[in-house]
Design a protein around this ligand. Structure first.
Ligand SMILES: [Zn+2]
Length: 411
């Protein structure tokens, strides 16, 4: 009797293991089959220019995303950007399951590029690389969401309660019109998966992102004729240059602080000593308190002037908050890692920020559940003039891991 019991117990264990293996290999097979359809989706997405303020382009790409979501079987809704922001509308879509978990999938459709840049970075495939404008940041994120949903439908996965997709149109300019909706979605969800890209060196998901601020420097001098009476003028451009050079060493990368001057303008015509000059620095930090310290330093430094009669002001505008690791985030990242391991894919979990700030941070502000970032593809060259690409070899493992995570996640 005991022997019979043990044999049947063993048999039950083996058959449940093999059932699970069969299920896994089915997901794996489907993920592999989705590689080339996903590349076709990427081709369509990057061929529409959708800079953050390009309303025509944003409307076009939003319509494409909405029709794809509808075709998969989701219920869609267009959510206008919150007033007074005049940024593009969001697409929201939902899929009902039979479970209880509320899972949100977020990505953004806008890019940092200007209309016309597409000619420099058209979609093309070279070996393991798929190139295109905004392909890694963040059109691959949208494509991974769409094809994960296709897999969930094809596999009849309904273990979740509701999947909510939210694609916004203003991430690259700080999400002024979508942050409220993202915070609300974060609060309502047991899990928020954000689909920004990961790196080509190693594949990772992240539990931390940087906080972003802008330092605005303005200089007032005195205008004068640059030919007839230059000495009467107080050259705001010279003073601004001096200020930038003496404030170029404020980064502290070991502690996650980065300050880089990225924009400057001065003067109106070539034959006038400029009376005004403005410059902006991009500032990243892991903790909001770091901004207070850097603000103090900036205010100290500007006291040292090159041209005595000029007026120098600095203002630090705090933007996106940081995303910080939580216990729920860690547990969910571990679960994702274990699913990646099922197909021998090495997925790292990053707990410290590397300079990027994303909407995952807004989602985490009032979240009670887990928020994880970087579920897009391995990629390179975001915000660059050329050569932005994603690794084709990361498509199937990422589709597999995301599908399995949605399948197994329990709040
Ligand atoms: Zn992005």
């Amino acid at each position: 009797m005991l022997r019979w019991l043990m044999t049947s117990l063993l048999f039950a264990m083996i058959s449940s293991v093999s059932a699970q293996n069969a299920e896994q290999s089915q997901v794996q097979k489907l993920a592999q089959q989705q590689t080339s359809p996903l590349l076709q989706t990427l081709d369509k997405l990057v061929s529409i220019e959708s800079g953050s303020r390009d309303m025509e382009g944003l409307n076009k790409i939003r319509a494409l995303i909405e029709s794809e979501l509808k075709a998969i079987g989701l219920t869609t809704e267009i959510i206008p950007a919150a007033a007074p922001s005049k940024t593009g509308s969001m697409v929201q879509a939902t899929l009902q399951g039979k479970g209880v978990s509320k899972i949100a999938l977020i990505a953004h459709m806008d890019t940092v590029y200007q209309r016309g840049d597409l000619t420099k970075q058209p979609f093309r495939i070279e070996g393991n690389q798929a190139f295109g404008l905004g392909i890694s940041d963040d059109k691959a994120g949208i494509a991974v969401i769409l094809h994960t949903l296709k897999m969930i439908k094809a596999l009849n996965i309904d273990s979740f309660g509701v999947l909510t997709v939210l694609i916004n149109a203003d991430e690259e300019i700080g999400s002024p019109g979508s942050r409220d909706r993202i915070m609300q979605l974060g609060e309502e969800s047991d899990l928020v998966i954000s689909f920004e890209g990961s790196s080509i060196k190693s594949d990772y998901v992240r539990l931390a992102t940087s906080s972003i601020a802008r330092a605005n420097l303005s200089v007032k001098g005195r205008a004068s004729h640059s030919g007839a009476n230059p000495d009467f003028g107080r050259n705001a451009l010279y003073e601004m240059s001096h200020q930038i050079l003496q404030m170029r060493d404020l980064s502290d990368p070991k502690n996650g602080l980065k300050l880089n001057w990225t924009q400057a303008r001065a003067g109106t015509v070539p034959n006038m000593i400029p009376s005004e000059a403005h410059a902006t620095a991009d500032v990243r930090a892991e903790r909001l308190s770091d901004f207070d310290a850097v603000e103090k330093t900036l205010n100290e430094r500007i006291k040292n002037k090159l041209i005595p009669d000029t007026e120098v002001k600095i203002e630090l505008i705090r933007g996106r908050p940081p995303l910080s690791p939580t216990e729920k985030g860690r547990a969910t990242a571990k679960l994702a890692q274990s699913h990646a391991a099922e197909i021998n894919w090495k997925l790292e979990v990053l707990e410290s920020a590397t300079g990027g700030g994303t909407d995952a941070a807004y989602a985490s502000q009032r979240a009670k559940g887990a928020v994880i970032e970087s579920f897009g593809l391995q990629g390179f060259g975001a915000h660059s003039d050329d050569a932005e690409y994603v690794l084709i070899s990361s498509i199937a493992p990422r589709l597999y891991t995301t599908t399995r995570l949605i399948q197994s996640f329990k709040p």
